[in-house]
Design a protein around this ligand. Sequence first.
Ligand SMILES: [Fe+2]
Length: 212
Amino acid sequence: MKDGYLLSRSFLSVAETEHWRQRVESRRAVFRHVAAKAGMNLSYSVMHGHQVQDELPDLFDLVQGRLHEALQDAAGQPLALMRDRKRAVRIQWYRRRGEGFRWHLDGGMYSVLLTLVNTNQGATQVIPPHWSRFLKPVPYVLFPFQGLLARAPTTVIESRPGDLLLIQGGAVIHRGTNDRSEGERVVLVASFDPVGRRPTPVWDWLARRLNY
Ligand SMILES: [Fe+2]
């Protein structure tokens, strides 16, 4: 994962993707809308880890099975699902142009993003590792510098349904964008840490406040 990410195109077959899309669709009522807060995050809708575990246990098994395995292979080290299960797994749903995620680092060191729907040309933008490295020790100072970060060189990754993005999200700064106001994007996200990683209490507290 030398660029901080790997894209596995068509990780799921068309039939598998459709199956999971329908499973998520059947739980649309569970999604909660998260409002934009003081310029720190953009709005979006989310189903958090406890809900995924209760409502879609089969999808939770996919995370702990094939997705965990693929991420571990890419990272080249043993990983465990992030301790805080509520944040470790979530399904994010973007419906409007202004929705998305600002530049940030993840609480977990590695994440998988499995795209189930993308009809609004939603994308993940990544700032290369050598640029991201300067800001790594203090992820929470990123928020005031969104304009500055927009000038850094970025890679744009447009995932199609069934694609799996493996990202070292705790080390490379990234964001989610939607170019079009029509259509929507549904992404399953799961965050993992190297086995034995020390807890990061301040970061965890802040991440909870920001509804990661
Ligand atoms: Fe992220």
